[in-house]
Design a binder for this molecule. Sequence first.
Ligand code: NAD
Ligand code: UDP
Length: 339
Amino acid sequence: MKILVTGGAGFIGSHTCVELLEAGHDIVVVDNLVNSSRKAIEAVQGITGRKFPFYEYDLLDKAACKEIFEQNTIDAVIHFAGLKAVGESVEKPLLYYRNNLGSTLNLLELMRDYSVNSIVFSSSATVYGAEASIPYVESMPRGKATSPYGASKQMIEQMLEDQVVAEAGFSAVLLRYFNPIGAHESGEIGEDPNGIPNNLLPYVAQVASGKLEQIGVFGNDYPTRDGTGVRDYIHVTDLARGHVVALEKKAAQPGVHLYNLGAGRGYSVLEVVDAFSTAVGRKLPYKIMPRRAGDLPEYYADPVKAKNELGWQSEYDIGRMCADTWRWQQKHPNGFEEE
Ligand code: NAD
Ligand code: UDP
């Protein structure tokens, strides 16, 4: 298949490009590099030994993106492009709605105009909302969004569901990711946040490399086994492979196909710090801080549907996730910046 990958220079997108190419698919990538680097595209080409077209276009620029559909016969789209910082979305909701919804609308209109009938969308566990019981199961309804970011994911899920009703033959695979971490085993691509990281793993990795002094653990009085927040961490390569199988199994099947992509078990912040310390070979310093506004105590996926219907489940454990993150951090302490 020839797959258009939007946001393919980003963290999850770049790893998925590697897995798609290694599975024998052709890809075309579009990314405006607002949160990524052209170096990631070069690294994907280096890892796989394959070249592919890359368009540095903003999906909000529909006229420019039309060219991509003119110049390539696309079979399916994997849509990663979007802004993803929860806190920033609270401060700048209009930016998030404009970017995430506007780019998806342009993409869906172009897909309709060029008779492309399959999309795989990057959704998130956040769509279950704050009130959902754990583990999260696909049969649960979407809950009340906890941020404009989460609301944009819910709205896009709704848009895709509506499009499935309206367009005969349309297939929409909605993949709800839990907490993707890790990096490609080569250490040549990985998560490359701008400035001080908001997410746990890149923060821990920068403490390990000496760029940051100590880990701040946001709260140790949650009703969890050690009082710190529990999340379902999943290796980004496992996640990427989930896209390949979802596409291969469901792209040709009209309808809405909804799957959690998680490992199905949670780790606490302190367990992650321990696992990373093991990967590095020394105890990493941390300090208990106040809770972070908006954080939930604990959630993880029920991964059974993806296993039963796609034959997919995560393979890599937390030790491997930390070891691969650490390899990437050591090889590229400043991400793609310095190269
Ligand atoms: P990322 O920021 O690394 O990748 C997103 C990419 O989209 C970036 O390369 C960015 O430059 C590009 N982009 C953004 N707006 C664009 C636009 N208007 N036109 C063209 N390109 C644009 O993020 P990621 O972690 O790889 O996440 C990929 C997708 O998965 C996002 O939609 C995100 O919301 C979703 N997701 C991520 C997580 C996570 O924890 N990383 C969890 C759940 C869902
Ligand atoms: N966390 C933390 N310190 C940090 C960043 C995160 O203790 O510097 C905690 C956070 O409270 C949550 C978990 O780590 O319990 C995962 O947070 P992250 O931001 O990585 O992902 P989220 O699940 O919030 O999207």
